[in-house]
Design a protein around this ligand. Sequence first.
Ligand SMILES: NC(=O)c1ccc[n+]([C@@H]2O[C@H](COP(=O)([O-])OP(=O)(O)OC[C@H]3O[C@@H](n4cnc5c(N)ncnc54)[C@H](OP(=O)(O)O)[C@@H]3O)[C@@H](O)[C@H]2O)c1
Length: 252
Amino acid sequence: MEGLNPFSLSGKSILITGASSGIGRQIALSCAEMEASLYVSGRNVNRLQDTLDSLSTHSGCHHKLLVADLTHSDEVNNLVAAVEPLDGAVLCSGIGLTLPVKFASQDKFKEVFETNFFSQVELVRLLYKAKKLKASASVVFLDSIGGTHDISAGAIVYGTSKAALLSATKYCALEFSHRLIRVNCICPGMVETPLIHRGTVTEEQLHADMMRYPLKRYGRPEDIAYMAVYLLSDAASWVTGQDFVIDGGISL
Ligand SMILES: NC(=O)c1ccc[n+]([C@@H]2O[C@H](COP(=O)([O-])OP(=O)(O)OC[C@H]3O[C@@H](n4cnc5c(N)ncnc54)[C@H](OP(=O)(O)O)[C@@H]3O)[C@@H](O)[C@H]2O)c1
């Protein structure tokens, strides 16, 4: 009966970037549970190895670790060369930054866009060009409600980088449809990961912010991983070019 489950990832080969931490790590764990074979990628080799060691291995599954800083073009090229043609790619690498508009200088935009936008689109462009995305492959970008569904003070740099990524999702979806490749993005609200505890926001401010959420909590990495599993699976084979908000209702 297993082969009849449209949500199964059995037999699929999937690349997950940002797999050394937070949402990307959980997506790797959930995809492995659903019987995918994975390439897990990130910069920090120790944390990446922790992810690899935590992955369940069903029979016929093989997991590999690929260290790469995606802002370095030679490392992106090496990563593209190292992977066999993929059934899916989930791009979770990203950085945050909170700054009021008056301090949002061009170098801050460049730094964040380099990681959150340029390196994402470049990796997908090269995978597509090198035919490392099989026909019917699924690409999932980790976007955000910031910049589109939610406009908060201090988020101009991060939010615009994610708004650009949401737009790019739709262009890639349209052009890649010639090979029946699907491209979607997930737009979470605040999710409990190391990312939200870095920077200038205090734990008290985070708690007060959490209470504004209609469902009275921040997201858990699993809340996002289940959507990624769906988008990677054959159950989503008629879904492309969309942005999926998962935010406990904060953008209502
Ligand atoms: N947490 C949230 O509230 C939230 C909300 C909405 C959207 N998101 C988005 O979800 C994604 C994952 O965030 P997270 O919360 O899981 O963050 P996280 O725990 O800080 O993890 C970020 C990941 O990105 C990787 N990374 C950063 N810069 C990189 C680079 N130059 N090259 C390669 N990898 C790089 C990190 O690798 P190393 O650790 O190995 O350096 C790490 O694996 C991000 O795109 C983020 O914008 C998060």
